[in-house]
Design a protein around this ligand. Structure first.
Ligand code: UD1
Length: 421
């Protein structure tokens, strides 16, 4: 298991470019399967999760080439319809190919991804929606098989919860279905809008992406490839860097960052006493005070435009720097507070009751050896390590590298002392 070693207590300062969004590019790559010619994606981050999706597409038969941050995906040779079990286990988002495969091949197969460190994470909403579009769902031990005897047909689908992944899977299946699909109670995340833009570029009519009602007028048969699409900036990476700078009393400018994609976070940073502004439309800047005045901050996560669950643990790490009692409520995943005990080992005073963390902020943090058990928990530990006195070893670097490219180099450029080993 790899680790990051951080000598804390140094202010982050400087300019950093935010990468293309991991959570946008994964469904965009899957959507490329619907095309009749290669699709070109730009601004693709170099992350292990992207490598896993490349491996999934190649396993299905697609030809995928990477050149810097550009990815060319040629889906024409695709013959396969089963996601290899090993790739499914490595990344739940591998199941994004189900919708496109079903539309393209009339069948798709995966092993159930199962629970993970942050909760049970069922796939029922994906499967119900795909069934509504005309797929038969067969459970065969751990294998789930989807078969469509006839081309998929548009349908009215109401999601019991605005699941991001289910909305995306259903948009892709609907894009390759005959007729019109309505997805009600759809997720409204910016990544959904990015997918809608790509599908539109590929010749499908998509309306309402970014609202709770998405309408897709499908086109049975392959969609138009040959399109070139730039991935939106990663709002979670941007939020993580802002919180890291804020936790160290630092001053940063993030290029390729969109303030409108960070509802909640910028307000919380201001409430705590940091200055946050947009020097340009696609940049966000932060200047933090050296020490924070006392405050009482309450945040709850929720589907977009609510506060992003992926920033919940980085936020809690930051709040340990702000004197006062703060409350953080996790409302998206049932088991996403596990990282708190690692922060407590660094001196943080945080109590957890199921989904609610109560942070007694402003107490000093000290170095320790801590373990990242999921990607964003790892980001929280890195933030705490940057703010702590002394050396912290964050184990589980591989999990952190699922979502943050060249983290040690990029934080190092802002003045952090951090090494990957
Ligand atoms: C996506 C993001 C992830 C983020 C999450 C919530 C990607 C690759 N990942 O994950 O980083 O934390 O959105 O913003 O984009 N649920 C069900 N049944 C389903 C599907 C989901 O009950 O079939 C539940 C989940 O257990 C969870 C909630 O819905 O409690 C939200 O999950 P969902 O929005 O689907 O998250 P993902 O798409 O997996």
């Amino acid at each position: 298991m790899g680790e990051f070693v951080v000598q804390g207590g140094r202010r982050l300062a400087g300019t950093l470019r935010v990468n293309g969004a991991k959570n946008a590019v994964l469904p965009l790559m899957a959507a490329s399967l619907l095309a009749d010619r290669p699709v070109f994606l730009e601004g693709v981050p170099d992350l292990t999760d992207v490598e896993v999706m490349v491996a999934v597409l190649r396993a299905l038969g697609a030809v995928v080439e990477r050149d810097g941050d550009a990815l060319t995906i040629d889906p024409r040779p695709v013959q396969g319809y089963a996601v290899p079990a090993e790739l499914m286990q490595r990344m739940r988002a591998s199941m994004f190919v189900l919708g496109p495969l079903l539309a393209r091949m009339g069948r798709a197969e995966m092993v159930q991804p199962g629970g993970c460190a942050i909760g049970e994470r069922p796939v029922d909403l994906h499967l119900h929606g795909l069934a509504a579009l005309g797929a038969r769902v067969e459970e065969d031990g751990p294998v789930t098989r989807l078969v469509a005897e006839r081309p998929l047909r548009g349908a009215d689908i109401h999601l019991a919860y605005p699941s991001v992944g289910a909305t995306e899977n259903l948009m892709m299946a609907a894009a390759g279905a005959q007729g019109e699909t309505h997805i009600q109670n759809a997720a409204q995340e910016p990544e959904i809008v990015d997918l809608a833009v790509l599908l539109s570029e590929m010749g499908v009519t998509v309306r309402g992406a970014g609202t709770p009602l998405i309408r897709v007028v499908g086109r049975a048969g392959p969609l138009s490839g040959g399109v070139r699409h730039a991935v939106i900036p990663d709002r979670i990476e941007a939020g993580t860097f802002l919180l890291a700078a804020a936790a160290t009393g630092g001053e940063v400018v993030l290029d390729n960052a969109l303030a409108v994609h960070l509802p909640g976070l910028l307000e919380v940073l201001r409430e705590a006493g940091a200055e946050v502004w947009s020097p340009r439309p696609d940049a966000v800047a932060l200047a933090a005070p050296e020490t924070y005045p006392p405050a009482r901050i309450t945040v709850q996560t929720g589907p977009y435009p609510g506060f992003a669950t992926d920033l919940q643990s980085p936020l809690t790490a930051f709040l340990t720097r702000v004197p006062g009692m703060h409350t953080v409520v996790e409302r998206v995943f049932e088991n996403r507070m596990g990282y708190v005990r690692e922060l407590v080992r660094m001196g943080a005073q945080i109590g957890v009751d199921r989904r609610v963390a109560t942070v007694h902020g402003g107490t000093p943090l000290h170095g320790a050896t801590v373990v990242a058990r999921d990607l964003r928990a790892g980001a929280a530990l890195i933030i705490a390590a940057l703010a702590a006195e002394g050396e912290t070893v964050v184990q589980g670097a591989e999990l952190i590298e699922r979502g943050y490219e060249r983290l040690a180099d990029r934080l190092g450029a802002l003045g952090a002392r951090i090494a990957r080993r």
